[in-house]
Design a protein around this ligand. Structure first.
Ligand SMILES: [Zn+2]
Length: 312
C-alpha cells in the first residue's frame, strides 16, 4: 500500500459520525466529527458526504487519491452488497448505503456492522504490539457490542452476528432487554443496567448513572460492592464462554464503561482470578495475560473502517 493512496474510515453512530483519513503508511492525516442527521436516509447520506469532503480538505487530500472508504454502522448490514437491512437508530431499512456513497463520490465504499468493524480495529491495534491471530472484542457502554477475529479474519457467521455476546440470556425471567428478550447479559453489565441495579438495591427513587455506582464502589459502599459483584460475575462468565467457544488468544474490553478503570475492572479481574483458582483448565484458558483493556482514546470504529476500506 505504499502507492500514495489515502484511505478513509467512517464511523456512523446514532448521535455522532467520525471520519478518519490515513496515508499509505497508516499515518493520521485528519480526523473530524459531526452530529449524525438521522431524519431520513437522504439526510444521512448528505451528512456523510459532507463530512468526508471536510475530512479530505483538512487532510489536503483529493477524491482522486482515495483508495477506498470503509463505513461502520449500527445495524444489520449485508457486507457483500453494502445494503443496510435494518438500522433502527438511524432510520434506515433496506437502504443501499454503499452503492449510494460510491455513486456520489466515485470511490469504492464498503459497509459493515459497527461492532464487527470495531473488532477489526482492535485486531489491528493488538497486532501493532505483538502478533495475534485469534481475538475477541467486547465493548461495554450503553449496550454491549462484541465480535471475533479467528485465524486473522473477521468471523461474521451466517448473519454477521458471530460473537455478539450482549444478547446471550444469562438470567431466566430477568429484565426486559432492548432486543425484546429477557435477562440478556446487557441487562446486567451495560452502563444503564449497572445504574438501574444500584438504584433498585439502594431503594433510590431518583435515577443514578453508572458513574455514581463506581464512585460509591470506591468509597466502600456496601450496596455498590454487591451490585459490582453481580455485574462482574455475569461478565466474567460471558468472557469464559467467549474463550471456551472460540479459543481466542486475547479478549479485549473497551467502551465507555471500561473508562471507569479500577472500579469496573478490579471486581472482574478478581472474579476471573477466583475462577482460575478453582480449576486447572481455567488456569490455562483464563490466564490473566489474555485480558486486555483498550485505551480510552483509541477509536476502534474508525480504525476498523480504514482496515475495511483497505480490504475492499
Ligand atoms: Zn437482548
Amino acid at each position: 500500500m505504499g502507492d500514495g493512496r489515502i484511505w478513509i474510515g467512517l464511523d456512523i453512530g446514532g448521535t455522532k459520525t467520525e471520519a478518519l483519513v490515513v496515508d499509505a503508511q497508516m499515518g493520521v492525516l485528519s480526523r473530524v466529527r459531526a452530529s449524525t442527521d438521522t431524519a431520513d436516509p437522504e439526510c444521512l447520506l448528505a451528512g456523510s458526504i459532507q463530512l468526508i469532503h471536510r475530512a479530505l480538505a483538512q487532510a489536503n487530500g483529493a477524491v482522486s487519491q482515495v483508495g477506498g472508504i470503509g463505513i461502520g454502522i449500527p445495524g444489520l448490514v449485508e457486507r457483500e452488497t453494502g445494503v443496510v437491512r435494518l438500522a433502527v437508530n438511524l432510520n434506515l431499512t433496506a437502504y443501499p448505503l454503499g452503492a449510494a456513497l460510491t455513486a456520489a463520490l466515485g470511490i469504492p465504499c464498503a459497509v459493515e456492522n459497527d461492532a464487527r468493524i470495531a473488532t477489526m480495529g482492535v485486531y489491528r491495534w493488538l497486532n501493532e504490539q505483538q502478533p495475534v491471530r485469534h481475538v475477541a472484542y467486547v465493548s461495554i457502554g450503553t449496550g454491549i457490542a462484541a465480535g471475533v477475529v479467528l485465524d486473522g479474519r473477521l468471523y461474521r457467521g451466517a448473519h454477521g452476528m458471530a460473537g455478539e455476546i450482549g444478547h446471550v440470556m444469562v438470567e431466566a425471567d430477568g429484565q426486559l432487554c432492548s432486543c425484546g428478550a429477557r435477562g440478556c447479559l446487557e441487562t446486567i453489565v451495560a452502563g444503564p443496567a449497572i445504574a438501574r441495579q444500584y438504584a433498585e438495591a439502594a431503594g433510590l427513587r431518583a435515577p443514578v448513572t453508572a458513574e455514581t455506582v463506581f464512585q460509591a464502589y470506591q468509597a466502600d459502599d456496601a450496596v455498590a460492592q454487591q451490585v459490582m459483584r453481580r455485574v462482574s460475575q455475569a461478565l466474567s462468565r460471558a468472557l469464559q464462554w467467549l474463550i471456551m467457544t472460540y479459543d481466542v488468544e486475547k479478549v479485549v474490553l473497551g467502551g465507555g464503561v471500561t473508562a471507569a478503570g479500577a472500579a469496573f475492572l478490579d471486581p472482574v479481574l478478581a472474579e476471573l482470578a477466583q475462577m482460575r483458582a478453582q480449576s486447572a483448565l481455567a488456569q490455562e484458558m483464563l490466564a490473566a495475560h489474555k485480558f486486555v483493556v483498550l485505551p480510552t482514546d483509541f477509536n476502534a470504529g474508525t480504525w476498523g473502517a480504514v482496515a475495511l476500506a483497505q480490504q475492499g
